[in-house]
Structure formats: C-alpha cells, structure tokens
Design a protein around this ligand. Structure first.
Ligand code: HAM
Length: 437
C-alpha cells in the first residue's frame, strides 16, 4: 500500500474550505496593500539557496531536497520563497519598474524536517516581498499587513516580536562580542551550540535547549551594537509601529534561521506559546541579498506565513470559515430513453452555468433520490418515460420534498431564477453558483 510520503498530507475536499478562505483573504490583503502575484518554479539551481539562506544554516545543512537531474544539473526543491523572488527580480530587470516592487506568492515549500504537528516536509506559504526601498516605513507596512491579514482571518492572541540584527557594518563587532561571551561559557552550552559557535554564533541565541536558554538572557544584545544607520532604522520602525497601534514586543533573542537578514527581523506567534513550530509567520529585511545574488545593491523586506499553521491555529480558536455555497442540481432518470434526455439536459444546464451532478448507472428512482439527498443536492430534475415523451421534467425541491412538472424548455430559466452565476476572483472564472432565493 502506498501512502503519502512522511511529512506530507493530502488536502481532502472537506479541508479545502480553509484553504480557499485563507487564499481569498491573502488575495484581498495583497490587493489592498498593492502587491501583485508572482509564481516561480518549484525547483531552482541548488546554488541559489546555498548563496542566499547560507551554508551554515539548518535549512541548507540538513533540510534541502537536492538532486541531480538527468543532465547533471544540481537542483533544489524550494525550501522558502524569498530567494526565488530575488532571483526573478534580477532576471526580469525589475529594477526598471517603479520601486519598491511589491510581490506576493502562494507556494509549496519543501524542507526535510522531523515531522510533527505544525511541521511538515511539504508545507505551503503565502508570502510577500517588497523590493527596492530601504525606508523603515516599508518595514512597518509589511508588519502591519501581516497583522491585518491575521486579524481578517479572525485569529486572536497573536503577538509580533521584533528585533534588529544590524548590517554588514555593525554585525561583525556584535558577533565578536557574542563569540567572546559564549567562549567563556563554552562548557555550559549544548554540543550543537558549541559547533555553531565558530561558524554561526547568532544561532546560539535561539537555541531552545534548557542548558542554553538561561545563557541567552545575559548574552550581548544586537540592539546595543547597532551602527547609527541601523539604530535610526530600528527606532523609526518602532515609532511607525506605535503610530499604527501595533502591539509589538522586542526580543533580543530573535535572530531567525536564514542568513540573508539585515536590520529588521520579526515573528508572529500565539502569546505564551514557546515551541518553534508555534510561529505562524515571520520575515525581515534583506538589504544585501539581491547584490549577493548578482544584482545591483537593492534593499528588500518581506514575510511569509505557513498556511497549515494558520489552519491549525484557526481550528484551535474554533474559527468558523464560511462553507462554500455550492448548490447543485441532481439529474435523475427512469429508463434508457429518459437517460439520453437526462444527459442532454445535464449538459445544457452546465453550459448555462448551473452546477449539475447526473445520476449514473441504472438504479431505481428511490435509490437515485437517496443518493441526491446524501450528496446534499438542492434540487433534483427527474425525467421518466412520460416526461421524455412529453418534453417535460419533474422539478423537485429536495429540502421541502415538493415537486411539480415543468416544460423542459423552461427548466433552465426556472433554475436560473433561483440560482445566479457568481464569479470568483484571481484570474480564474469559476462558475460557482449561489442560491439567492
Ligand atoms: P520561515 O520562518 O522559515 O521564513 O518560514 C515562514 C513560515 O512558514 C513560518 O513562520 C511557518 O509558519 C511556516 N513554516 C516554516 N517551516 C514549516 C514547516 N516545516 N511546516 C509547516 N510550516 C512551516 C521564511 O521562509 C522566509 N522566506 C520568510 C520571509 C519572507 N522573510 C522575508 N521574506
């Protein structure tokens, strides 16, 4: 028996209401803040992620799905979205567009992690990136957007946590003092942290091991080592956030697991939840990344949120999502001749924008209506031998159990009076129909 690979899940039809609700809200907030959709390939040149996320990060060291394709190219399934967006920005010369370029995406992400609740090997992120502007007002916009997005989903009790980890000017001095501090306490930290100390000392600050947590309290703080530019950026961002009434807290231990960040980093998590997989969304500024990838110096900031984690939190908070109203008409038949007419009618109804499920096989009318009922049909159109001959149909209201005879050439109009077409957003026109009466 084959099963879905470990750490992946099938998103079954009953779950899809959450997905479409979240995607609808993501689309709405993106439009509201002026962001436009971009889709990039699910895999990229492996070097792109090594270069951007950093060689000494957990993601690159342990979590990427990397493979050689049949022509020997080394490729990686995207373990996050930012690097691909920056690559696309450079590749398509987006620096010629009015800056900042505001983009959003909704994509499957692949990380070889230890699966547990809220942590999967394939998850999905809705993310935004604003490229080409260094103003802290843009950082505030992105954090505000994340905050509004969660509010629009109905999520409560979230808290944005903020920090600044400086830039290439001030970070080296900070890293030195961090190394000095941790070298003194080398024997007290876990073996992972001892290993990280030489190569990526920032990571020691977010180690969750009981041996390491107390040491992080006394560790030097990045905000005490910021250069004037980073310090000014951080204080302006803080005052913009206060201006927008965003209830953020600063936490000097917040460093994030990707190396491309400069200045602002932030995470949004349910209050009082400490586990790493509680975080619903996170982001930050990456002012050197586009240049590191071969573009001109271009600042950027963004955030991403895991859709599965949103759903977990929405369920925990018992948020009711609107069930998608997808009424449909069941077309039943009695006899072979009637079945031909039923097929023609089903096709006509569908072409007229009315959702139809026709009965298949040759069961009794009772069995067909039982099926229509258990599927939740709103109406049934029944064609028997008499109706086939006389050009009529029986139109049955499934809830009330009432039925009447209608000429076949007016059934479409009759049904269209109770249902009307409804156009869904996002480039696709879906003929979902909504009941109005
Ligand atoms: P990240 O913190 O690695 O950041 O991931 C963003 C969000 O994706 C997390 O807050 C979490 O909700 C979700 N997530 C991450 N890993 C998993 C997993 N294994 N299973 C389920 N959900 C997960 C980034 O990826 C950055 N690219 C964010 C960003 C955008 N920074 C700037 N722009």
């Amino acid at each position: 028996m084959y099963r879905a690979p470990r750490g992946t899940t099938d998103i079954l039809p009953d779950e899809q209401v959450y997905w479409s609700f979240i995607r609808q809200k993501a689309y709405e907030i993106s439009v509201l803040y002026g962001y436009r959709r971009v889709d990039t390939p699910a895999f990229e040149d492996a070097g792109l992620f090594v270069r951007s996320i950093g060689e000494d990060t957990d993601i690159v060291e342990k979590e990427t799905y990397t493979f050689d394709d049949r022509s020997g190219d080394k490729l990686t399934l995207r373990p996050e979205g930012t690097a691909s967006i920056c690559r696309a920005y450079i590749e398509h010369g987006m620096h010629t567009l009015p800056q900042p370029v505001r983009l959003y995406y909704d994509a499957a992400i692949f990380r070889y992690e230890r699966p547990q609740a809220g942590r999967y090997r394939q998850h999905h992120q809705y993310g935004v990136e604003a490229l080409g502007e260094g103003d802290p007002a843009l950082d505030a916009e992105v954090i505000d957007m994340a905050w509004q997005f969660y509010a629009n989903l109905g999520l409560k009790g979230l808290s944005p946590i903020l920090n600044s980890i400086g830039c290439s000017v001030c970070r080296p001095t900070y890293l030195n003092s961090l190394m000095e501090y941790y070298t003194k306490h080398r024997n007290a930290v876990c073996s992972d942290c001892r290993r990280r100390l030489e190569r990526n000392p920032l990571r020691l600050l977010d180690c969750k091991k009981p041996s390491c947590v107390p040491l992080t309290e006394q560790a030097p703080r990045s905000t005490d080592h910021l250069c004037p530019d980073c310090s000014d950026h951080f204080s302006r961002l803080s005052s913009y956030l206060r201006l927008l009434n965003l209830p953020f807290v600063t936490n000097h231990r917040l460093v994030r697991g990707l190396d491309y960040y400069t200045k602002t980093v932030f995470e949004i998590a349910p209050e009082r939840e400490e586990s790493a997989q509680a975080t619903v969304g996170a982001g930050g500024r990456y002012d050197d990344l586009i240049e590191q990838l071969g573009g001109r110096p271009t600042p950027g900031i963004g955030f991403a949120t895991g859709i599965e984690r949103l759903i977990l939190n929405m369920k925990k908070q018992k948020i009711i999502v609107p069930q998608s109203a997808e009424p449909f008409v069941f077309v039943a038949h009695i006899s072979q001749q009637a079945k031909d007419e039923a097929m023609k009618l089903a096709s006509l109804l569908r072409r007229s924008g009315i959702s139809v499920i026709p009965s298949l096989g040759d069961r009794s009318l009772k069995a067909q209506l039982k099926q229509a009922n258990s599927m939740g049909a709103n109406k049934a159109v029944i064609i028997g031998e008499d109706e086939a001959k006389s050009g009529t149909v029986v139109l049955r209201d499934m809830a009330k159990g009432e039925q009447n005879i209608v000429p076949r050439d007016v059934v479409v109009e009759t049904l269209r009076k109770t249902y009307h077409r409804f156009v869904l957003v996002e480039n696709r026109i879906t003929c979902a129909i909504m009941k109005v009466g």
